[in-house]
Design a protein around this ligand. Sequence first.
Ligand code: DGL
Length: 277
Amino acid sequence: MNTESMKASAIGVFDSGYGGLTILNSIRKVMPQYDYVYFGDNARAPYGTRSFDVVYEYTLEAVKKLFSLGCPLIILGCNTASAKALRTIQQTYIASECPDNRVLGVIRPTAEIVGSVTKNGHIGILATEGTIKSESYDIEIHKLMPESVVTGLACPMWVPLVENGEYDKPSADWFVEERINTLLHTDPLIDTIILGCTHYPLLLEKIRKYCPEGIEILTQGQFVADRLADYLLRHPEMESRLTKGGTCSYFTSESPDRFRENASTFLSEEIGEVVRL
Ligand code: DGL
């Protein structure tokens, strides 16, 4: 496989690294018929602690690469990229250079669902430092629920725990318990917690262990997949451009062997060829 030989007009899914595979997984379960291209910018991950300008620059480069692979529609399966780069890419690059293509994010679909889950409007957001500092979740949720109380907390150790395969080890417990306690100490009324980072579903078991009963914990994959299915229903002009071969091609900016080895953690299945991009 090489980039020239790809004929598919696929849905592109982008992440700084492996986390977006949790989003890809959910999307493929809902819509297995389409072709997909996944690109992980593993050589430059993590994005979570990087500045606004750098996340924008890296994300725009990734979007251009996925467009050049023939993807007319891209999902930024990365909260940090969705928070810091999506809007500017939509309003500048897409609007002026390729108005028929689309880039969608993961924050809006998650914000849209939380109102149907919370009973008292007290919502906690656990995410990377970049996502929390951007206040994107607060802004999106308040547009839909102006009275809600949104408390965000960055979990800088959680992505490294997942990336290094420590997410199911006892060593991860302290870091998970400490962040959950800090969040619930800040707002003890929180009844719904959004895991606003694509790596965090791998820590779900431990997060549940340290959350009091009755608190809903939301992972994003299913919401993003459902919203994408809805988007394609409402946009037949885009849907008809997508090929339906049921394939998935994987690209990384780092070592393909390393990607193949680590991706199975996120996908619970072996993947075939991976190409360095
Ligand atoms: N995938 C990123 C996100 O969802 C987290 C990893 C990173 O910091 O690059 O925010």
